[in-house]
Design a protein around this ligand. Structure first.
Ligand code: EPZ
Length: 430
């Protein structure tokens, strides 16, 4: 199993290109199931989760091809990929595939809307919490789906071959369920109104894609989305937005180590709350023509309290990284997680680097110290893993992060991007 070895202490300086967003690319790829035409996606990041979803879509009959001359494709770089679901050969998403990646459950929306049936394995729990699918089921039922849960599978059918529009009020904000209902409603008969919908930038990216495919959608990015169903959708060409979580992660790395880095291609509007918090900690953030410049000199890190919540608030996917930063703040900070019930697994690992953190329910109280000390640590999930990398970059001496396959799910060329800015970081294979 690969490991990452870091020798901490260097400031970061230079530039880091920001990749396409994993969490935008995945639903866009799934949207290819809605049409028998080709959906071309630009800026698709080269990540383990993307490769896994390509396999899952392939099981339903989706062909893909990577654009451009082969010699121009650099391994590990974002690519343009054509997806073509001309013939759906299978409407079942089996346990073996869905259990590997929760987002693959989302195929239920387009399969049901286009084919009138879908049999999709329940995703099960995952390391960060139980993550039920009740909102997906309730929402699809509101659109007229007949559902049965049998032997770990959701078996969904439409009554007369087509879903029909309806009003559905989410009792709780869900990114995935908003994606799924927006896709399903695009091919339903009549109008759907989704209230208390998620407002994340990835929802807006998917809506732009569906609109380019011929869907009639208004209000994506607000909490009320209106979708007038159409008979069929066509192909389109759409660009995946820059990854706001990757952007925030590197910004926090600079805020922690000190230095001066331009995050190329980053969009400040996708993570304004997190950037405002970083400014409060003492980082200098400047939007530039190239992206976002992050700088920190001298003064040290000020403690700041944060609470995670749906967009536009502070994202849960940056909570672990921010905790890494706060371990070296000049004082106490409180970090409250409200999205997932078990997203503090990095606490024990940060403690191995010397961090002082106590947990009180869904709040972590972080008592900043002057220096972390390198140690072997274990990656537990994607964002927790990268918080250990950031902490390792700022710690004295050597940190080895084990189980880095978590990182490969969501960070494109992590070691290369960081070492390009002066970090001492390498992958040890085997
Ligand atoms: C998406 O997950 C992201 N994943 C997550 O990123 C992110 O942390 C999360 O949104 C919140 O921003 C992708 O986009 C692929 P939710 P999702 O449905 O859609 C509860 C990462 O590291 N809920 O918004 O699964 C749920 O348990 C990942 O990249 C229900 O109760 O999240 C959670 O507490 C991790 N019933 C809350 O809602 C449901 O039917 C929000 O989950 C659905 C969700």
């Amino acid at each position: 199993m690969d490991r990452i070895r870091i020798v901490g202490g260097n400031k970061l300086a230079g530039s880091i290109p920001i990749s396409g967003a994993k969490n935008a690319a995945l639903p866009l790829m799934i949207a290819s199931l809605l049409t028998d035409d080709t959906l071309t996606l630009e800026n698709v990041p080269h990540l383990a989760d993307v490769e896994q979803l390509i396999r899952i879509l392939g099981n339903h009959g989706v062909d893909y091809s990577v654009n451009g001359r082969r010699e121009k494709q650099q391994k590990g770089y974002s690519r343009t990929i054509n997806f073509s679901a001309r013939n759906i050969v299978d409407t079942t998403a089996p346990y073996e595939l869905v259990s590997k990646m929760r987002a693959s459950f989302w195929v239920i929306g387009p399969l049901l809307a286009r084919m009138g049936e879908a049999k999709v394995s329940l995703p099960g729990g995952c390391a960060i919490g139980t993550r039920p699918v009740d909102l997906f089921l309730e929402g699809l039922q509101a659109l007229g789906a007949e559902l049965d849960v049998d032997n770990g599978y959701v078996i969904a059918k439409t009554k007369n071959g087509r879903l029909h529009g309806n009003r559905y009020v989410f009792p709780k904000v869900s990114v995935g369920a908003t994606h799924v209902l927006m896709m399903a409603a695009s091919l339903a008969k009549g109008e759907t109104v989704l209230e208390n919908a998620a407002r994340e930038p990835e929802i807006v990216n998917l809506a732009e894609c569906l609109i380019a495919m011929g869907a009639k959608i208004h209000g994506a990015g607000t909490s009320t989305i209106t979708i007038e169903g159409v008979e069929a959708l066509s192909g389109a060409r759409v660009r995946v937005i820059p990854d706001r979580i990757e952007t925030g992660t590197y910004a926090m790395a600079v805020a922690m180590t000190g230095g001066d880095v331009v995050l190329e291609g980053a969009r400040p509007d996708l993570l304004q709350t997190a950037l405002d918090v970083l400014v409060e900690t003492g980082a200098e953030i400047t939007p530039t023509n190239e992206g976002i410049r992050v700088k920190r000199n001298g003064a040290g890190i000020a403690p700041v309290d944060v609470t995670t919540a749906p967009f536009p608030a502070f994202p849960t996917d940056l909570q672990a990284q921010f905790m890494g930063l706060m371990t070296m703040a000049k004082g106490k900070s409180r970090i409250t997680e409200t999205i997932f019930e078990n997203r503090f697994m990095h606490v024990q690992e940060l403690a191995r680097l010397g961090a002082h953190i106590t947990l009180s329910g869904q709040t972590a109280i972080v008592d900043g110290i002057a220096r972390l000390k390198g140690a072997p640590v274990m990656a537990t999930d994607l964002r927790a893993s990268v918080s250990l990398v950031i902490a390792g970059l700022a710690a004295e001496g050597e940190t080895v992060v084990n189980r880095v396959y978590h990182l490969d799910r969501g960070f494109e060329r992590l070691e290369e991007k960081l070492s390009g800015c002066g970090a001492v970081i390498e992958r040890i294979s085997g």
